[in-house]
Design a protein around this ligand. Sequence first.
Ligand code: SF4
Length: 243
Amino acid sequence: MSYRGKYIPDKSDFYQLSRSKVDYFLNCPRCFYLDRRLGVGQPPGFPFNLNSAVDNLLKNEFDYYRNIKEPHPYIKRLGLNAIPFQHENLDKWRNNFSGVVYQHEKLKLHLFGAVDDIWINLDSNELIVVDYKSTSKNSEINLDADWQIGYKRQMEFYQYLLRNNGFKVSNIGYFVYCNGMKNKERFDEKLDFEISLLDYTGDDSWIEKTLSDLIDLLKQESVPKHTENCDYCKYQLKTIPYS
Ligand code: SF4
């Protein structure tokens, strides 16, 4: 049995926690506590429908190569002896509401996260985690910006989930980064993309300690302090209340 929503400290069932909520905890323990313990989350953002469209098209394309058990041209471009991985649970693993699940017995956590894709290295039999990203910018595509730590943690979390499902998983994962070209003379109902294939060597050693800290926080009765330099909190602190 597992449950979602607000965390209840004395409940013995597994508590459902997504990969993105773990990231939320790392970004600000206070906001995480307000959300997961007290049930007051930040207002939801808007859906990124164009990004989802790109993800879907990539998924369809990789599925074609999965079905014929051949490497996608991007895999060939990387020089890997790999193909898209076929597994009976793949659709579940790619679904945002189910994802790859690992039930952490000691912490009573039902951890989950939805992968974009998985390849398999045919030389080592290791799974390779793949994440699709889309953007539109003129500067170089890389993973160097501070905010992209979230992308790296995301990759590491999927590697951790798959390892705890008994799979051999490569530390090296790939980002298929699609950059929409915005400097064309005409639109012509078409958006062209340049594709960058970025490798990233993950290290999931931070995850166990983070999960244990996160549970300690959820069990405590007091709300933690806010994080310095958060625009939301600055806005709230500086806003004059209505009279
Ligand atoms: S600093 Fe305040 S608003 Fe910002 S994330 Fe934390 S609790 Fe939320």
